[in-house]
Design a binder for this molecule. Sequence first.
Ligand code: H79
Length: 423
Amino acid sequence: MSTNREKRTKWFMEARFGMFIHWGLYAIPARGEWVRSHEKMSIEEYQPFFEEFNPVNYEPHKWAKAAKEAGMQYAVMTTKHHDGFCLFDSKLTDYKATNTPAGRDLIKEYVEAFRKEGLRVGFYYSLLDWHHDDYPAYGDRHHPMRDNEAYRYKKHDFSKYVDYLHGQVRELLTNYGKIDIIWFDFSYDDKVGETWRATELVKMVRSLQPDIIIDNRLGGNIKSVNPEIYAGDFASPEQIIPPEGILDEAGNPIPWEACITMNNHWGYCADDKDFKTPKQLIRALVECVSKGGNLLLNVGPDAKGEIPEESLQILSEIGKWMRKNGDSIYGCGRAELPKPEWGRYTKKGNKLYVHIFDRGIGPISLKGLKGKIKKARLLSDGSEVNVNEPWNATEYKDYAFINFAGSRLPDDIDTVVELELKN
Ligand code: H79
């Protein structure tokens, strides 16, 4: 199981950086993808957005190009979120893009466009469904009708919902060619593991797509040394970068991917202009890699089908840095050195990447590396970096030093020095 997991996740662990896409009817109210739940909105109140959904500017090749130019290697897009609206042409429901003014299968176009850019393609599929008649409503923790008395005695047959869920996953993994990731979201309360008939579901997933990787949100314990079949291939910390990466119960690193928003919402939110800076996000990516994980960075396209201008700007800035410094990200992982005070390390083979965030004063000290550096180059331009022992540091026996002439770093976001280590 775990060796298979290693094989399946090899590309994923090397890719390190992907695009999350949250898009659906909720782009119209533009208050985030939880709008129905937060505002306890009924299906009828939400229906106008279905009637008018017409993303005239949806050209996914532009999204794919933006992802590619940012240095992303894969994408994961919502095929159905908690509101139950399907962006794909499911035979099992009428609540789908095909029946809106959009009039077509939007997932098909996404898959084709991203594949064409050479990116790996993933599907997000919500386990929750606030539209399906057989999903529990009254008394559920999250359902928009959770405390609506009209729903108190409404009958439902959860097994029919689970049939529907399995059927849709079968469609998604049958009709769109090779899919690289399936991202189930999420388990809670008693809705976990076999409630979703998770063993059966995962067996089907693997029979249709032998190489696909699955997140850990069907439940189960991915950290176990003997995990359930549905425990997943990678952990999925949300809006947090785990302090020490993620290890299994035996202390071995496991694959993980932090999913992070650019502002404070996943789905398009017209009023949320609180975007993180490119510097914060680049450093977040470096942090993930330094801890052996990936960053899945979200965009929430608007109702017309455009990625917000602020997000495009951020992606473009990240891309500029990645084009010069991508070697310190792709295929890299933990350096197994303590976190240095000026920044972070990433490592690939005998290349140690020194990510300097804080210039400090004087030489930059590298504990434990004295005598171990064969050569040092600025990653962005290949120029030589001085690592001679400075005259004023002879007493610090265990340290190597990087000497920058000036008082400023060449790159204020993250100056990367590539060290080639002796064997
Ligand atoms: O798709 C995105 C989110 O909609 C979904 N996962 C990402 C990738 C997600 N958001 N929250 N959750 C899953 C877990 C539930 C969190 C909750 Fe809450 C905390 C539900 C109620 C309190 C956050 C705050 C959501 C509603 C209020």
